[in-house]
Design a protein around this ligand. Sequence first.
Ligand code: FES
Length: 275
Amino acid sequence: MASLSRSGGFAVKVITGAQPHTNFVAVSPASTVTAAREVPAEFTTAEARQDAVSRATSGVYASGLAVKGINVTSRRFAHTDVSFPDFSAYRRDSTKNPQVPARDTEDQRRALSSALYYGAGGVLSLWAGKEVVQTLVAYKAMAADQRALASIEINMNDIPEGQTKTYEWRGKPVFVKHRTKKEIAAEKAVPVADLRHPQHDDERVQKDEWSVVIGVCTHLGCVPIANAGDFGGYYCPCHGSHYDASGRIRKGPAPLNLHVPAYSFKDSTIVIGSS
Ligand code: FES
């Protein structure tokens, strides 16, 4: 006679094709098997069991019966009183509706991470670009010692009236002449039309008392001698060029007047190299 055992905590699933048995064996641990009873008439034949299994298995579980035969393949714990936890409080609103495809809410769900990704990436890119430009500019910039030579300041009090002093600026000599009233008057009176390189004195000085010129002869580049020559200005001994007190060529082979550098007056100094 077949028998059926019941365990309190679980049920056994009977599958199609079950065969008649002389005994049913409890599947729960022996200690939990509480009773055995006759197999109900509905399970006595293979067809009956087939029919029972084909029906909703909930009836088997609900009965609290556990059966096992050669065709029992699985079991499950029947903790049906445990409710599934609700995680909705932790889920994004966009994912709560199971009917909405995930791809439809993809943009919403990725908004923050995309903003962080592109925002941080943009900031890092800008910073890296700034570093590169800064490095290149610093690399190409003039060295500190060259910058120091870019302009020089000359104390005007160091040059008495009637004297000329020579300074070095960007590797060239610069003549700074403190002219007397007599020299100023003489240079202003020179007829411009008679000059080889016609320039009025007013075009070559910012203040009548001060004449600033590059001390390089415009013939072949010698350095003239200050306060010398037939015109009281500069004399180039290389080939005999004479310049006046405004630095204009008056005699000799030089074709042009001495160049006037960019300069400006600042308090009691002359800044050569800035205009
Ligand atoms: S280089 Fe000055 S005159 Fe020739």
